[in-house]
Design a protein around this ligand. Structure first.
Ligand code: FES
Length: 260
């Protein structure tokens, strides 16, 4: 696993709870795929000691962007990093999403910070001429800041929020998904960020006989497969087996993941 010292080009608060960081990753020769993550040291101190996994938000030739939710000691420390500082990061790590070159239209279903993970899929889809339809769910309208980013890549975006009482699963299933499937022939579903929406995505993929992928978000410690802090269950033929999200994931086939 490679570790890098990368220069932070900007680190700005973009809404009440979210920050956006741009890092010079020109020294990283390994191609970065949507769904992969970097394991980031949040501060030059022993507190917070653990690194934080951040999935890539936008992948550029010389830079990588992260959109992150500031909610704990690690991400608070990360929000204090200044332009010009050096960031200690390991990666890119994990499996990324697969995007079929033949896909004409794909559906993204994201909740909260899961939007950051799927934004990179929208970027990759745009680059290969695949149209994205996206359902973005958040607590407030302000938290839907990535919607514009997706629209910039030609995505058709449906926004739902708790503050408008539009984010409950029944509404998404009976109104939004019905509308989407009446207008588009969806080739694949990608989801991240919510168990309830992931279950709905599984059900929808099953109903329409289409493939899907999910990026799981689990707490991580080592991100090297050694500590088993990130284990989840997946179906393997007739059996259930435990896998490490940091190594075997974070992206898995949607129909394989066991949702409690
Ligand atoms: Fe240690 Fe995944 S974080 S095995």
């Amino acid at each position: 696993m490679k570790k890098y010292q990368a220069k932070v080009l900007s680190n700005k608060q973009v809404s009440k709870r979210y920050w956006h960081m741009v890092v010079d990753t020109s020294m990283i020769q390994t191609p970065v795929k949507p769904g992969q993550f970097f394991h980031i040291r949040c501060a030059d101190t022993f507190s917070p000691f653990l690194r934080r996994p951040l999935s890539v938000y936008r992948i550029n030739e010389e830079t990588t962007e992260f959109l992150y939710l500031v909610k704990g000691q690690g991400t608070i420390a990360m929000s204090q990093i200044k332009e010009g500082d050096t960031l200690d990061l390991m990666g890119p790590l994990g499996t990324g999403f697969t995007l079929d070159q033949q896909a004409k239209t794909i559906l993204l279903v994201a909740r909260g910070v899961g939007v950051a993970t799927l934004a990179a899929v929208a970027q990759a889809a745009y680059n290969q001429g695949t149209h994205c339809v996206a359902i973005l769910s958040a607590r407030t309208k302000e938290d839907l800041l990535a919607a514009e980013f997706l629209e910039g890549f030609g995505a058709t975006v449906y926004k739902v929020t708790e503050e408008e009482s539009t984010s409950h699963v029944e509404h998404i299933e009976k109104v939004i998904l019905r509308d989407i499937f009446s207008q588009y022939k969806i080739d694949c579903i990608y989801t991240c960020g919510s168990r309830r929406l992931s279950r709905l995505s599984q059900k929808t993929a099953n109903k329409h006989h289409i493939q899907g992928e999910i990026a799981l978000e689990e707490h991580m410690s080592c991100a090297m497969g050694a500590c088993y802090a990130c284990v989840c269950d997946i179906r393997d033929q007739e059996k259930i087996k435990s896998v490490r999200v940091c190594i075997e994931g974070p992206v898995f086939p949607l129909d394989k993941v066991v949702m409690e």
